[in-house]
Design a protein around this ligand. Structure first.
Ligand SMILES: [Mg+2]
Length: 144
């Protein structure tokens, strides 16, 4: 989409959100290499870097680190942020818009289930929904 926008001179910015476990897949790095080759400065990748995937910790299933160095080596501008800090998120998106000649990767360090005591950093919550009791407890904790 970012390449098509460039070719058609549409001026569209494309945002792509990737889970960190997803970065174990080769097609992601083929796309990253392509984005850099075509100087897609209209592409902004946001990595949800919670170090968890359905099978457990990303660094134990298939180590993807150091992520910032990997994206830099693929020709990206890299911005590391706290993915729970709204000011850092807004500043990163604003900075990404100013980058010329290369794509940007915003690596957002996050905590899965942040704010819910029984969900924080628990990989089991990667692919299941809470039951009604768990849902009500989670909402109560998030409203504190
Ligand atoms: Mg993850």
């Amino acid at each position: 989409m970012a390449l098509a926008s460039k070719l058609d001179h549409e001026g569209v910015r494309v945002y792509c959100i990737c889970g960190d476990g997803e970065l174990e897949e080769g097609q992601v790095w083929e796309a990253a290499m392509t984005a850099s080759h075509y100087k897609l400065d209209n592409l902004c990748v946001v990595v949800d870097n919670n170090n968890l995937q359905i099978d457990g910790q990303v660094d134990q299933v298939m180590n993807i680190y150091p992520l910032d160095k990997k994206f830099k080596s693929f020709g990206f501008e890299v911005i590391n942020i706290d993915g729970h800090n709204m000011n850092q998120i807004i500043n990163a998106f604003n900075k990404a818009k100013t980058v010329k000649g290369k794509p940007t990767a915003i690596i957002a360090k996050t905590i899965k289930g942040k704010g819910v005591s029984f969900m924080e950093n628990v990989a089991d919550w990667h692919g299941k929904a809470p039951n009604e009791k768990e849902y009500n407890l989670a909402i109560k904790e998030l409203q504190k």
